[in-house]
Write a protein that binds this ligand. Structure first.
Ligand code: ZN
Length: 568
């Protein structure tokens, strides 16, 4: 039966009246908890979350929406069709037996609490995640590094059972709705074709095989020298999962290192940076932090977006940007409600270093997208096209913090100093993308197999097989710990990692298009580029799906070639 447009429109109009306040209340509660950390705020968030989920609990309404969704191709209005798709996906993600849904929520909270409260032991003393990371960034003592690395994984054993149970229950919910498993259901509801994604991930793996192998050989040679060891083990990398190489000592081509008058490690630079750990900076080889040590990151963020003609002063005014007791230690961008003028805020904990410069540009990338969505769109479409689309803008903007051309244009670092670092800056940002891509492949392949059978006994074996094959990281002899469960995403942000990968690919394709076809030079100095982003991406909100959005903005469907090119 063809659904009547008027019937659908009426339903959406009345549903919006319930949805809008619930959504706003839940964002407000989220912000309050993140900025205060009080028990009251925690309760308020739980309450708001329950009220929000309750909106989708009526099975009859769901069946109605599902029927419209299945008949959506007969709808004449593409705007209405798109609203039906989004409405259906929002409903569908929250369906299931009440008892199972409640159990999943409880287990997620339990897992969250375990990750939050667990402390690994180093030298018999509890160590925070930051302390463990600091050891892996700075220490030359292999024994201590091994202890810190093992401590960073010790949460796995504690949380493993909960993570497996969560996967079983998520699969139950997915199968009750006719899907093969939770992995497949999640992708479908995110409008990602399972086979498409598999092809992209395979292409990326093949394209990065050779450059990664050669980078890895160089890195390992440097690490063997630094630690005076025969074999490089997982604890010799600065990141516990080897998902980034920003802090790996000697992770730089020797030819570039020799250029540095301060010696191969550039240890002299560290003294220039106030408030930093000089040992850690000595190990970095390239101290990008020193560019920002005396800078006002808020002002640099404003200037960067001014250059694009995108106003962020209103967002800055509503944001909470500096460290404070009780405050969330991470960073995010949040839009509260969907009424115009939009209320967009960023939470950060700025310190004058490269990490926070990247993070500020990243979060304000999300913010300019959010605040430029056409307010005339219907409520359900007044949002970003896709997680990967907003990640793409954020990643493209954040990466400027390591881009010598941007540093030179915006920060007034002396040209001579920058000239000396130029090659290494470019090299290290490429290396980092390469390392991240291989790691994302491990996550992708592991999670896919995990949801095919969360009860398989050889998960630890599978995890290490993938690390050995894809990241070229050796499994420590006789290691039988559930190291996969130490990665928090597997427990509480499942089937999400591919959005980072798609975001990177989109960012590379978009930047290439902007610089070759729109601006004819660096996009970040051009108001034309800002206007293009606004018109080709931000303005249309969720009017089109992500594939169509990429194609409209870049003239091509998403493919990995530009990203792969940027690694070479
Ligand atoms: Zn982001």
């Amino acid at each position: 039966m063809t659904p009547s447009s008027a019937e659908i429109q009426n339903f959406i109009a009345s549903f919006e009246e319930r949805l809008a306040p619930a959504e706003k209340a839940s964002s407000e509660a989220w912000w309050r908890l993140a900025t205060t950390g009080t028990e009251e705020a925690k309760d308020e968030l739980v309450w708001a979350g329950m009220a929000y989920n309750q909106l989708f609990a009526d099975r009859e309404e769901y069946e109605l929406v599902k029927g419209w969704y299945e008949g959506r191709h007969a709808l004449e209005s593409s705007i209405l069709r798109r609203q039906v798709e989004i409405l259906y996906e929002t409903f569908a993600g929250r369906q299931g037996d009440e008892e199972t849904l409640r159990r999943v929520e409880e287990l997620e909270a339990e897992a969250n609490a375990i990750y939050g409260n667990h402390r690994g032991l180093v030298g018999g003393k509890e160590a925070s995640e930051n302390e463990l990371r600091q050891i892996l960034r700075a220490s030359d003592d292999s024994t201590l590094r091994r202890e810190a690395w093992e401590a960073s994984k010790s949460v796995g054993r504690k949380v493993e059972g909960v993570v497996r149970e969560l996967a079983r229950l998520r699969n139950e919910l997915a199968r009750a709705e006719g899907y093969e498993n939770h992995y497949v259901r999640s992708l479908v509801l995110q409008e990602i074709d399972v086979a498409d994604l598999a092809r992209i991930m395979d292409d990326l793996e093949i394209a990065t095989n050779a450059p990664f192998r050669s980078f890895k050989q160089e890195l390992d040679a440097g690490l063997r020298e630094r630690f005076e060891v025969e074999a490089v083990m997982p604890w010799h990398y600065s990141d516990p999962f080897f998902q980034s190489c920003k802090h790996d000592a000697l992770a730089l081509p020797r030819s570039a290192s020799r250029r540095d008058s301060g010696g191969a490690l550039g240890a002299d630079d560290s003294s220039l940076m106030p408030g930093s750990n000089s040992e850690a900076n000595a190990a970095v080889g390239l101290d990008v932090d020193r560019y920002f040590g005396d800078k006002d990151l808020e002002a640099l963020t404003r200037k960067t977006y001014d250059n694009l003609g995108l106003e962020v002063r209103d967002v800055l005014a509503k944001s909470d940007l500096y460290e404070r007791a009780g405050k969330d230690q991470h960073a995010f961008c949040l839009r509260v409600g969907r009424s115009y003028p939009y209320d967009v805020r960023v939470l950060a904990n700025i310190r004058p270093d490269s990490y926070w410069m990247d993070t500020m540009l990243h979060e304000f990338g999300h913010a300019v997208y959010d605040k430029h969505i056409d307010p005339n769109l219907p409520y359900l479409l007044r949002t970003v096209a896709h997680t990967s689309s907003t990640e793409a803008i954020a990643l493209m903007m954040g990466s400027l913090a390591n881009d010598p051309a941007w540093i030179s244009a915006v920060t007034q670092v002396p040209e001579g100093e920058l000239q000396r670092d130029r090659e290494r800056l470019l090299w290290s940002s490429r290396a980092d993308k390469l390392v991240f891509t291989r790691w994302a492949s491990v996550m992708y392949r592991f999670e896919k197999a995990f949801y095919e059978n969360p009860d398989r006994e050889d998960l630890t074996g599978l995890w290490w097989d993938l690390a050995e094959e894809i990241q070229l990281v050796d499994r420590p002899p006789e290691r039988e710990e559930p190291d996969w469960a130490a990665k928090i995403h597997i427990a509480i942000a499942p089937v999400y990692y591919h959005n980072y990968v798609l975001g990177h690919l989109t960012a590379a394709q978009l930047r290439n298009y902007l610089e070759k076809h729109v601006v004819g030079g660096p996009f970040f100095m051009s108001e034309l580029a800002g206007r293009y982003l606004l018109e080709a991406i931000f303005g249309s909100g969720a009017r089109d799906d992500w594939q169509t959005t990429v194609e409209r903005a870049t003239g091509e469907r998403l493919h990995p070639d530009y990203f792969v090119e940027s690694l070479g």
